[in-house]
Design a binder for this molecule. Structure first.
Ligand code: FES
Length: 98
């Protein structure tokens, strides 16, 4: 995970955010981690094909909060909704030790 340069092992089925937070890090959020605020949005800089598919709710809220073009880039995903299905590298400013 960048820019912190940390490596996290995510259990199957766990969201990227939960995997990172369970290791003692704070991830900026603005909702109950339910895909509404989009504050948790991250950039997938490697392994974009190894994440769970975007759901309708995530898509709707990205469009509502960040505009229709936001969902054209598969690298932009919500960390509270996205599950890794293999090795990925993500970038998110504001993630820090809790
Ligand atoms: S924490 Fe609000 S959308 Fe992910």
């Amino acid at each position: 995970m960048e820019p912190l340069g940390i490596e996290i092992e995510a259990p199957p089925g766990e969201t990227v955010m939960d995997a990172v937070c369970s290791q003692g890090y704070f991830w900026p959020v603005g909702c109950a981690k339910n895909g509404e605020c989009t504050n948790c949005a991250m950039e997938i800089i490697s392994g974009v094909g190894r994440v769970s598919a975007m759901g309708r709710f995530e898509r709707q809220n990205l469009v509502r909060q960040r505009g229709a073009r936001s969902v054209e880039d598969p690298r932009l995903r919500l960390a509270c909704q996205t599950r890794a299905e293999g090795d990925i590298v993500v970038y998110k400013r504001g993630v820090e030790p809790a």
